[in-house]
Design a protein around this ligand. Structure first.
Ligand code: GTP
Ligand code: MG
Length: 320
């Protein structure tokens, strides 16, 4: 009996392997990822990193625009220190200059790249398309144009901006704006079948802000005062206040992803509405520093595997 069970198990896993590898071979369509998030959250920086990691770097044109793109205060401090050098006619931006430069996105950009699939998921490679949009208020009405056919949303959050206001009205808290945008895209009927991955970005700046004692998130989000760090989020080698702050921010996004809502569905007759069930979507959070190529490389290995798994699940294969 026992042997029979093992044989059966082996046969099943062989069948599964065959199914995955056939799917991988046949899946010639590109997997589409959409970057969303408020202005200055780091979307275009992720696109730049994909160019470094999966395409052959930058075009001369993007090097040229770097010279004009040093508007941001936090991200490009060392760039500003070198303003004289940058003004020189023969100035050649370094990769770091390009990653730290800032130019507000006002159009929709698409990049294509290929990613190797780990052997355990059938090997070979998959094509990815990644879309970048502008995150400022006026730009968001264009988002819907790219919602169709998207498999995964990468939602960027500038986690360090808990004490800043948005440029658009110089009043709304930046982190709150980000939470509100997440809430609306998470519940969007057009993205109901997408997987969501949240990048809690600018961890380098967040850490520095908190560890230096200059800023406390509790001054802007009073519920922080009673927030307790769970033991699984502790790390004896990391500053406790920083860990508490980043987990507090993460939990704000997780709480939204757990809200059970039924949205208004089809109108059956005036005043009579059929309620649509929310489909179960998955949401994963990562702490990231988008300007750090190595950090992005590691995080994306996870992201790609996650997306491959979501796609396999769609065809009825689940891998633990
Ligand atoms: N220090 C640091 N700077 C970052 C990080 N991520 C992005 N930046 C900087 O933040 C600025 C804004 O980043 P972008 O990638 O242009 O932001 P965006 O989301 O594309 O902004 P919009 O196009 O306006 O929607 C740039 O100067 C980046 O270099 C990070 O993790 N750490
Ligand atoms: Mg951008």
């Amino acid at each position: 009996m026992v042997f029979c069970g093992v044989d059966h198990g082996r046969r099943q896993s062989k069948e599964l392997e065959k199914k995955i590898s056939t799917w991988m071979k046949e899946y010639t369509k590109a997997i589409k990822i959409l970057l969303l998030g408020a202005g200055e959250s780091g979307k275009t920086t992720i696109i730049k990193q994909m160019k470094i990691l999966h395409i052959s770097g930058f075009s001369p044109e993007s090097s040229m625009t770097t010279r004009y793109g040093y508007g941001e205060t936090q991200g490009s401090r060392n760039f500003l220190d070198r303003v004289e050098e940058v003004r020189q006619i023969n100035y050649e931006p370094t990769i770091q200059d390009i990653l730290h430069s800032r130019r507000r996105t006002t159009d929709i950009q698409k990049i294509e790249f290929e990613v190797k699939v780990p052997k355990r998921y059938g090997g070979g490679s998959l094509n990815f398309w990644m879309f970048d949009v502008g995150g400022q208020r006026g730009e968001r009405k264009k988002w819907i144009q790219v919602f169709d056919g998207i498999q995964a949303v990468l939602f960027l959050v500038s986690a360090s901006c808990f004490d800043l206001v948005i440029r658009e009205d110089e009043e709304t808290n930046r982190l709150q704006e980000s939470i509100d945008i997440f809430q609306s895209v998470w519940h969007s009927r057009f993205l109901k079948n997408c997987g969501f991955i949240v990048f809690l970005n600018k961890q380098d700046i967040l850490r520095e802000k908190v560890v230096s004692g200059r800023k406390n998130i509790g001054d802007h989000f009073p519920d922080y005062v009673t927030y307790k760090l769970e033991s699984r989020d502790r790390d004896s080698e990391e500053d406790e206040e920083y860990l508490r702050t980043r987990c507090f921010i993460r939990d704000k996004f997780i709480a939204i992803s757990k809200q059970v809502v039924t949205r208004e569905g089809r109108k059956l007759a005036p005043g009579l509405m059929m309620l649509e069930e929310e489909t179960s979507k998955e949401c994963y959070c990562h702490f990231t520093t988008a300007t750090d190529t190595n950090n992005v490389k590691i995080v994306f290995e996870d992201v790609h595997n996650m997306i491959i798994m979501w796609n396999l699940k769609e065809i009825g294969v689940s891998i633990s």
